[in-house]
Design a protein around this ligand. Structure first.
Ligand code: HEC
Length: 140
């Protein structure tokens, strides 16, 4: 899944640079379409399109586990950036003591190095909350 995440991020920057390119050169539409294809394929696999086209709630909602694995795991499985790891009961105990509402708010709006919606603005509030539930349920 980490590889897919990386691809999604790469796809996003490719999409941005391709559209800048398209504005300057309409001769090369076919090549552009070809380069965009892998991005479409990633979206079909249930990855978010990096928030480029997707309004919140666009597309089928992800299950909590899917959301976690697609967006949150990069930091919360590894402890990257100081993220409390999934399954680290001691790290989660004081956070859980804040109450679920605070955890939801922090996950949705961001909190220090924790990016809003895990850095994926196309996630709905419910998808983020589901991922929080999944994360803490596996960290008690
Ligand atoms: C870029 C890395 C990164 C990603 C991606 C990420 N987190 Fe975090 N998260 C953090 C860090 C770092 C903290 C600790 C912030 C602090 O306490 O200062 C954190 C803290 C949290 C907390 C605890 C907040 C609190 O009040 O104690 C929750 C809940 C959380 N993340 C949920 C999620 C969910 C759900 C996702 C996916 C939608 C996610 N995170 C994705 C880095 C990340």
């Amino acid at each position: 899944m980490k590889v897919l995440n990386t691809l999604a991020v790469l796809g996003l920057s490719a999409a941005v640079s391709v559209s800048a390119f398209a504005a300057n050169n309409s001769m090369d539409k076919e090549a552009i379409a070809e380069r965009l294809q892998p991005i479409g394929a990633l979206c079909l696999q249930g990855e978010d399109c990096g928030g480029v086209a997707a309004a919140p709630a666009a597309g089928p909602a992800k299950s909590p586990e899917e959301t976690y694995n697609a967006v949150c795991m990069a930091c919360h499985n590894t402890g990257a950036a100081g993220a409390p790891k999934k399954g680290d009961v001691a790290a989660w105990e004081p956070r859980l003591a804040q109450g679920m509402d605070t955890l939801y708010t922090h996950a949705i709006n961001g909190f220090n190095a924790m990016p809003a919606r895990g850095g994926n603005p196309s996630l709905s509030d419910d998808e983020v909350k589901g991922a929080v539930d999944y994360l803490v349920e596996n960290s008690k």
